[in-house]
Write a protein that binds this ligand. Structure first.
Ligand code: DOR
Ligand code: ZN
Length: 348
């Protein structure tokens, strides 16, 4: 039997749109279903100043096809040279919603990121003062720390000390991948939340490595063992408003993914809502999807939920999603969870 679920239009609190031809190709995939997104600033060169954010926002709006509405919520890329005054005026002008901390070397285009958190202390204090949230890629990058431990070590050695040092700082731990991260965010006092991606709810490290390496499942932070995936699922369906959706949909062309040194990122924009409905249904928690995808994020950022809705329909037979989207830079593979999806978003 076909049945349906109507939700407030969702928002995506962590999205990579890139620029140029890639931006034009991927933006409609998100704007079709989502009202707003926090836009990641890791372009080459990164979005560092208020002027950069304004120019990038205008390029995004110019790339939006006629008839679609979408609000990009801009972020600045924190560097050790960030000027606190520039950041504060961009915030006061309503140009930016958050600032992104990439530890240098942690991921795609993070070379200009922060090497030593002590070097950005003045900026973080200013952010705490003016109530500007910090979105964090929570991994250490030291070579002697195993890649599967990098989030946990970050919590212990960077995040917790930072939050004790500047307790007023509003922090979002992005794309949390471990039960340690979930426990930390659930138990911590003060102003903290975490985003959870679609793909980390659907895959664990076995999906990447068993039966041959799957480059399209490789992302950062890398998916952990199944017990961590289970903890993420429980957090997502818990109804705790500290946990909400940030897809981290991160397009790379196939040649860049299917390579001897493949890029990190899963492109989930096209079928994210179908994947989430699948997961929440499996967990017997479809009634918790609206909070996770549409309500907790806006509340966290002091915004009203979207005033429009989307309707998800469950079909009797599998719904086909495109395997790839074409871009002028080359094809981008759409996330395939490895099993059929029965949900689709009704065209409105
Ligand atoms: O998998 C990822 N891809 N993780 C990130 O942190 C960055 C992103 C990208 O920009 O490709
Ligand atoms: Zn990201």
């Amino acid at each position: 039997m076909t049945y349906s679920l109507t939700l407030r239009r969702p928002d995506d609190w962590h999205l990579h749109l890139r620029d140029g031809a890639m931006l034009r190709a991927v933006l409609p995939e998100t704007a079709r279903h989502f009202g707003r997104s926090i836009i990641m600033p890791n372009l080459m060169p990164p979005v560092v100043t208020g002027d950069d954010a304004r120019a990038y926002r205008d390029r995004i709006l110019a790339a939006l096809p006629d008839g679609m509405t979408f609000t990009p919520l801009m972020t600045l890329y924190l560097t050790e040279g960030t000027d606190p005054n520039d950041l504060a005026s961009a915030h006061a002008a309503g140009l930016i919603t958050a600032v992104k901390l990439y530890p240098a070397g942690a991921t795609t285009n993070s070379a200009s990121g922060v090497r030593d958190i002590g070097n950005v202390r003045a900026v973080l204090e200013r952010m705490a003062e003016i109530g500007l949230p910090l979105c964090i890629h929570g991994e250490v990058t030291r070579h002697n720390v195993d890649i599967f431990d990098r989030e946990k070590v970050f919590l212990d050695t960077v995040l917790d000390p930072l939050r004790r040092d500047i307790p007023q700082l509003k922090v979002t731990l992005e794309h949390v991948t471990t039960s340690d991260g979930i426990d930390y965010v659930r138990e911590a006092s003060g102003d903290i939340a975490a985003t959870i991606t679609t793909h980390h709810l659907m895959i664990n490290r076995n999906h990447i490595l068993v039966g041959g390496i799957k480059p399209h499942y490789y992302c950062l932070p890398v998916a952990k063992r199944a017990t961590h995936q289970e903890a993420l699922r429980k957090a997502a369906i818990s109804g705790n408003p500290r946990f909400f959706l940030g897809t981290d949909s991160a397009p790379h062309t196939d040649p860049n993914k299917e390579s001897a040194c493949g890029c990190a990122g899963c492109f989930t924009a096209t079928n994210t809502m179908a994947c989430l409905a699948h997961v929440f249904e499996e967990e017997g928690a479809l009634d918790k999807l609206e909070g996770f995808a549409s309500l907790f994020g806006p509340a966290r950022y002091g915004l009203a939920p979207n005033d429009t809705t989307i309707t998800l329909v469950k079909e009797d037979t599998p719904v086909t999603y495109p395997a790839k989207i074409e871009t002028e830079d080359g094809p981008v593979t759409v996330f395939d969870p490895g099993h059929p999806l029965f949900w689709r978003v009704l065209d409105q």
